[in-house]
Structure formats: C-alpha cells, structure tokens
Design a protein around this ligand. Structure first.
Ligand code: GRG
Length: 290
C-alpha cells in the first residue's frame, strides 16, 4: 500500500465521523439564542474522533443491520460520551480548560450551563432511541453502560482512587472497564443486539479494546503534547490518578496494550474476513497519536 493510501479502517472512521456529525446536527435542538441548545451543540458538534459511533456502525454492518437503523444508536451513544466529557472537565472533577482543542464547555459558557448541557445530552440520548423505536433491551443496555454499573460507577472508583490507591492490575482494570470500557462494549454489541445475533465474539473484542484504549490514553497523557492532543497532558500524575503506566511502566503498558489488541483481533475469528475493519481498528486504538 502506498504511504498516502488510506486503510479500510481510516475510510470507515472518516465516513462514520461525517455521518455522526450530520445526525447530531439534525437531532440536537437549535432554537435561536437558546443558551442550553448552544452549549449542547458546542459540546457535541465539530471535533472528536467519533470512535464510539464508528464501532456502532461497524458492528451493525457486520451483523447485517442497516445504516438507517443503526445511526440513531450511534448518535445517542456519542451524546452520552460528550456529556461525560463536559462533566469530567468541570472544576469539581478534572477541572480542565481545554477539550478537543477548544475551551471546555464550562469555560466557554459557565459551570451551571455546562452541567445542564451535560444533563440534557444524557437525556436526549434516550429520547433519540425511543423516537427511533429502538427495542427496550437496547435502551436498557445503554442505560446500564452509562450508569452506576458502567461509566458513572467507574468514574466514582477513579475519583476514590485519588486518595485510596489501587493495589492490583485487576482493580485498575475493573475501574477502567466501567469508566471507559462500558461505552465501547455497548457500541460493539449494538449491532448483534439489534440483529438478535450472538454477541460473544464482539463482547470479547470490546472488553479488550476498551482497556487497550485506556492504556493508550494513559500513555498519551505522559508522552503527547497539548498541541497534538487538544487537551492538557501530564494530568494523571499531578492528580494522583491510578494509571496503567504506574503499574506497568511505559514499556510494560505498551506491551500490555499490544497483547490486548491481539486478543481483541483473535476474538473476531468467527467473523472471518468481513471483520477486517475492526481488526485494523484494534491496531489504531493502541497506535493513535490523539
Ligand atoms: C463525568 C459521568 C462522568 C464520566 C466521565 C469518560 C469519562 C468518564 C471521562 C473522560 C475523561 C477521560 C480522559 C477518560 C479517558 C478515556 C476517554 C473517554 C477519553 C476521551 O475519549 P476520546 O479520545 O475523545 O474518544 P474524543 O474527543 O475523540 O471523542
């Protein structure tokens, strides 16, 4: 392949990002001069890799589910991801000024507006799914992934770990499986769930890439720059956060991420050649620069 030629994954991610942007633009409210609407749109539109929508659309494709049926699920999931970023950036949490290369939502607007925009992005996600006639099992699965048994629960453990150190790799993996992994897992099983198919292979794939993604995030926090990442770096150590790099060292963390990516790819074996894009996605997750 020539150096400039794009991989199947890069093409699919780019298409998913464009489709997600268009869907969010259409689905998010936009009354003139409505401050809440403006903050919701600021938090959700424009930048972002759109990895979670990509995984929804790709798992749907692999399961024979149409783009039309999968798109509201991809958009709803991205709304929840964007809400989590807005709330995570607040002074009471990570207190960040920069997100996706721009002022965080509470810096651009104010804290109260950012809290409400996050709340509204979370709730509109479920409105989008209900309006699209998605099955209760899928709506319930997203609620579970986002809530106390998933992302919110993981975030709580992460905050607690600032004062109460994790003592094992299992403990930190459990926290990250909730905080970061749960939304990835939902994204990857959304396809077979909509199609009523077996989810085992994609669930195993997702569990591995979820942790690999977080390890890559921890490594980028140490090795990357604000200009490349569009957000503050070197924050984890300063905040006393429990990271994979602390437990494994930089080289150990890179090796562990590679093992997880290989395990993710191996899990796709039942899907054969049609899972090539997801295999390439696993490699991207651990080699990304932002
Ligand atoms: C506040 C309820 C609540 C949860 C916050 C996801 C999360 C939990 C916090 C985000 C903070 C963070 C940096 C987590 C590490 C992994 C992560 C989710 C990174 C951001 O995701 P990307 O890289 O972001 O997919 P883009 O901007 O590309 O969408």
């Amino acid at each position: 392949m020539a150096a400039t030629e794009k991989t199947e994954f890069e093409i699919a991610l780019n298409q998913a990002a464009l489709a997600a942007e268009a869907a969010l633009d259409r689905l998010l409210p936009n009354q003139n001069e409505n401050r809440l609407h403006a903050a919701m749109r600021y938090a959700a539109l424009g930048q972002g890799k759109r990895l979670r929508p990509f995984f929804v659309l790709e798992s749907a494709k692999l399961s024979g589910v149409s783009l039309e049926r999968a798109m509201p699920v991809a958009a709803a999931l991205e709304c929840i991801h964007c809400y989590s970023l807005v709330h995570d950036d607040l002074p009471a949490m990570d207190n960040d000024d920069l997100r996706r290369g721009l002022p965080t939502t509470h810096k651009k607007f104010d804290e109260a507006t950012a809290i409400l925009a996050g709340d509204a992005l979370l709730t509109i996600a479920f409105e989008i799914l209900a309006d699209a006639g998605q099955p209760p099992a899928l709506i319930g699965a997203l609620a579970k992934a986002a809530g106390q048994a998933g992302m919110v629960g993981g975030q709580m453990l992460d905050i607690e770990a600032e004062t109460k150190n994790f003592s094992s790799l299992e403990e930190i993996s459990a926290m990250q499986s909730g905080k970061t992994g749960a939304l990835f897992e939902f994204a990857c099983i959304a396809g077979p769930m909509m199609a009523g198919q077996d989810m085992t292979a994609l669930k195993t794939y997702a569990k591995n890439i979820g942790i690999a993604f977080q390890i890559a995030d921890d490594i980028l926090d140490v090795e990357s720059t604000v200009a490349d990442l569009g957000k503050a770096t070197q924050k984890d150590k300063a905040k006393g956060k429990a990271t994979f790099v602390d437990f494994l060292g930089l080289d150990g963390a890179k090796k562990h991420a590679k093992l997880l990516a290989e395990a993710a790819k191996a899990a796709l074996e039942p899907h054969g050649e049609s899972a090539i894009v997801l295999r390439q996605a696993a490699d991207f997750i651990i080699s990304r620069r932002k």
